[in-house]
Design a protein around this ligand. Structure first.
Ligand SMILES: NC(=O)c1ccc[n+]([C@@H]2O[C@H](COP(=O)([O-])OP(=O)(O)OC[C@H]3O[C@@H](n4cnc5c(N)ncnc54)[C@H](O)[C@@H]3O)[C@@H](O)[C@H]2O)c1
Length: 504
């Protein structure tokens, strides 16, 4: 089954933000595109807006003027749904209400030909439920574009329970022929991206709710240590707290209130207060013109230790030893396996976040996971009230000597980056085990859909297969609500790897 022929007209119904973007994509790819909107005049306005966007592409040198002129000539505003009768694909981007979408497709079924592919751009409804209204639900597929559709490459191609393989394949190939990167996905709450990305927000909000750190510090750690493009607080201020919260609620409800997707009380209060983010001038941050930018906590300069003793294997943080040596600090290796840690001259210990709390140990400082310890510009440290001032000062001085800013946060198990990455890795394994998508497609979706520096499976391979499972086990022991319980899929993966490694 090949992509839709370029001679086939494509219709876009609902010409708001997404409809305009999708129409532009199909148009620039070479199709004749018909726009229809329930509000009279809106399709014409959308055509004009798309035309203006094409003009800007010409001004920027990204589109030839002749291509723009031809594209404009192929763009038509339809007066009624019956004008879409000869279309080979109708993409729906109307209001996010099941009844509205079902009613639209019911009407379209009586208008378009038998071969016409029907697609919904829903981001939170079940594709199966949308198709449930049709006589032939097999021809309906989810084509989930991301905003702005002309810019973002990812398209989730969602197969509902009844979607024909031929329809899904045709939609997939068509998206690819339009220059997009499609990923195939089963009809599951949140599809791939909105399902697996939930912990990115939830864990940041949970650390904040636990008084572990303020939004600016958590965001700085996620960016400068975790390698994420934006922190969870600034990103949700950009998306809109109401929009982000409603996706979380929808996924949580659709999973029958699965505790792993529980929404945040702090975010609820923010929405209730009308602080929706940039669009209202205030959200987690104050975006008003006269507001002072919020600064992350950054520790004052401290004296670095003259040496550290490295005990055991630091696992994902092993690279630190080379960095410490390069900074002129002596590393004394102690082969006896007392655990995986660095011992500081004053006798205190420095350990990679492992899902336990500092208070459980004598004189321990935890440091957070970094995507790449060489490139990270900030490291988070956490300690309990029992940690000595000397240990904390030596730990701060050590990371500062490596050129890092240091943020000291509360004694939160799994800290910030470590717990976030572990949960993303877990949800990704769970999704594959439930048949949502392949490992490769999940990695692609998370890199392109939400800009993660690595896909969850790439990240997991880098960290070692047992790392996430063991961290989540520790977190689960301390919070037995089920939120952190590693999925069976992650367990299987971890133990299978351990066995294989043990046998070799
Ligand atoms: N905005 C996003 O970031 C985003 C991203 C991915 C998917 N989506 C999904 O795309 C769809 C559209 O979202 P949007 O942000 O473009 O909305 P929007 O409000 O900007 O546009 C919706 C348009 O649909 C029209 N409309 C409503 N009911 C209609 C009907 N029955 N028939 C024809 N036209 C109708 C409205 O007049 C409006 O012009 C939703 O399903 C949404 O969940 C949105």
């Amino acid at each position: 089954m090949t992509a839709l022929d370029l001679n086939s007209p494509v219709a876009v119904v609902g010409t708001g933000t997404m409809g305009q973007g999708i129409a532009q994509v199909a148009l620039v790819a070479g199709h004749l595109v018909r726009l229809y909107d329930a509000v009279p005049g809106r399709a014409q306005e959308a055509a004009a807006a798309i035309g203006a966007r094409l003009d800007r592409l010409v001004e920027k040198g990204r589109l030839a003027a002749t291509d723009r002129d031809e594209a404009r000539a192929r763009l038509e505003a339809a007066e009624s749904l019956t004008d879409l009768a000869d279309c080979s694909l109708v993409v729906e981007a109307v209001v996010e209400l099941l009844e509205a979408k079902q009613e639209l497709f019911r009407q379209l079924e009586d208008i378009v030909g038998e071969d016409c592919l029907l697609a919904t751009n829903t981001s939170s409804l079940s594709v199966t439920a949308v198709a449930g209204a049709l006589r032939n639900p097999g021809r309906l597929v989810g084509l989930h574009f991301f905003n702005p559709a002309p810019v973002l490459p990812l398209v989730e191609v969602v197969s509902g329970y009844a979607t024909d393989v031929t329809s899904a394949t045709r939609a997939y190939e068509t998206a690819r022929s339009w220059g997009k990167t499609p990923v195939a996905c089963a009809d599951t709450p949140g599809f791939i991206v909105n399902r697996i990305a939930r912990p990115f927000y939830a864990e940041a909000f949970a650390v904040y709710e636990a008084q572990g750190a303020d939004p600016a510090t958590i965001d700085a750690i996620l960016r400068e240590s975790g390698g994420f493009k934006m922190g969870a607080f600034e990103l949700t201020d950009l998306i809109g707290q109401d929009v982000n919260e409603s996706v979380t609620h929808s996924v949580w409800r659709s999973f029958f209130q699965d505790v792993r997707f529980t929404p945040s009380l702090a975010q609820r209060r923010l929405v209730e207060s009308g602080r929706l983010g940039r669009k209202t001038g205030q959200g987690w941050y104050d975006h008003r013109d006269d507001a002072e930018p919020a600064e992350p906590h950054t520790a004052e300069p401290a004296q670095p230790p003259a040496y550290v003793v490295a005990e055991g294997d630091l696992g994902p943080a092993s690279e630190l030893l080379a960095l410490i040596r390069e900074a002129g600090i002596q590393v004394r290796e102690d082969d006896e396996d007392h655990g995986s840690r660095l011992v500081l001259p004053g006798g205190g210990q420095l350990a990679l976040a492992d899902g336990q709390t500092s208070v459980e140990f004598r004189d321990v400082v935890y440091f957070d996971l970094a995507l790449d310890y060489r490139k990270a510009t900030r490291i988070a440290l956490s300690a309990s009230q029992d940690t000595s001032a000397q240990t904390m000062s030596e730990a701060i001085g050590l990371f500062q000597a490596l050129g890092k800013d240091v943020s000291v946060i509360g004694d939160v198990p799994g800290m910030i980056v470590a717990r976030t990455v572990a949960r993303i890795v877990d949800l990704a394994h769970d999704a594959v085990a439930k048949g949502v998508a392949t490992e490769e497609d999940i990695d692609t979706a998370m890199r392109l859909g939400v800009n993660y520096p690595l896909g969850p499976f790439e990240w997991c391979r880098r960290l070692g297969r047992t790392w996430a499972c063991s961290l989540l086990d520790d977190l689960h022991e301390r919070d037995p609500s089920g939120r952190y319980a590693p999925s069976l899929a992650l367990y299987r993966h971890s133990y299978a790897t351990e066995k294989r490694e043990g046998a070799s």
